[in-house]
Design a binder for this molecule. Structure first.
Ligand SMILES: O=C(O)CCC(=O)C(=O)O
Ligand SMILES: [Fe+2]
Length: 287
């Protein structure tokens, strides 16, 4: 494993707004995570069937952290947590997290954006609402679970130094101005691991063909940010967690929002055997 020295990582983070931590998680762990999640990533989550939540061209693994101790150990990796706490100068916790697959799409294009914001679910209007928090320092990490040719994460080097001056979450309108600073993580193998200041402008590169991209994502936030998403764990996995792991995973704390995203009903038309039957029956009525 590479030597990850917190002091030099911190100065890289201050300058560029991101660090490359590839090598932090070994290939065997990545294979184990893929093996434990593979079945669930192939079917929608419903009625006791553990699976994914569909949102446009993406699939989000429901209850991501319940699939194995290896997943807990990535989210609470000591180097990652030491780095995030040194950067935030505070205790940190996992406020948002997911394992998700993104499929190439002609319709979906992620905008350039920031994530220094608080998500809350508005139960009355049934939507997530966001509030930008400019003076706040935390990290996001993103690790590829599949080899990625295209559709990789893109970061705008150094933008964490100026993005907070704008009262906006979206930055598509400034793309020409920062085009020379864009760093793209394409043609990168599984295990590629990037951590970035969540005030760094970023997006997933839009792509219309090729393979799905599967990634693991976590947002590590300081104590001024609310708890975040509910974290459901499997009793199989939680023997011998350290106090630091419990802190990061919000043990004993009330979540402040719901898990992103809320699914769409059309997931079933396409994927379940009964969905196929139903569609076939409907189609049969018209022939
Ligand atoms: O998938 C990616 O490359 C970026 C994801 C992202 O920015 C987000 O979910 O906020
Ligand atoms: Fe983001």
């Amino acid at each position: 494993m590479r030597n990850f020295e917190i002091k030099s990582l911190l100065s890289e983070l201050e300058i560029n707004g991101f660090v490359n931590l590839t090598g932090l998680i070994d290939n065997k762990t990545i294979e184990t995570i893929n093996c434990k999640t593979e079945h669930a990533m192939s079917q929608p989550h419903a009625n006791g069937q553990r699976g994914y939540i569909k949102d446009g061209c993406q699939r989000y693994l429901a209850d991501t952290i319940s699939y194995g101790r290896e997943i807990i150990d990535v989210y609470t990796n000591p180097t990652l947590i030491d780095l995030a706490e040194a950067y935030a100068k505070d205790n940190i916790h996992l406020s948002n997290y997911r394992i998700y697959s993104t499929f190439p799409s002609k319709d979906f294009k992620m905008w350039w954006h920031l994530d220094n914001k608080i998500d809350t679910y508005d139960f009355e209007n049934r939507v997530f609402v966001q509030k930008v928090i400019p003076d706040n320092k935390g990290l996001i990490f993103l690790m590829y679970l599949s080899d990625v040719e295209d559709g990789g994460v893109q970061l705008v080097r150094g933008s964490h130094k100026w993005s907070r001056d704008y009262q906006t979450e979206g930055f598509d309108h400034m793309e020409e101005e920062f085009s020379n600073d864009i760093v793209t993580f394409n043609n990168a193998p599984k295990g590629t691991f990037i951590a970035y200041d969540y005030a760094l402008i970023h997006r997933a590169k839009p792509y219309t063909g090729g393979n799905a991209r599967t990634s693991m994502f976590g947002q590590l936030s300081p104590s001024s940010i609310p708890t975040g998403e509910p974290i459901l764990l499997n009793s199989r996995d939680i023997l011998n967690l350290t106090e630091k792991q419990k802190q990061v995973l919000n043990f004993g704390k009330e979540p402040s929002t719901l898990n992103w995203p809320i699914g769409q009903i059309d997931a079933f038309n396409e994927q379940t055997p009964s969905g196929h039957n139903l569609m076939n029956k409907i189609k049969a009525l018209f022939v």
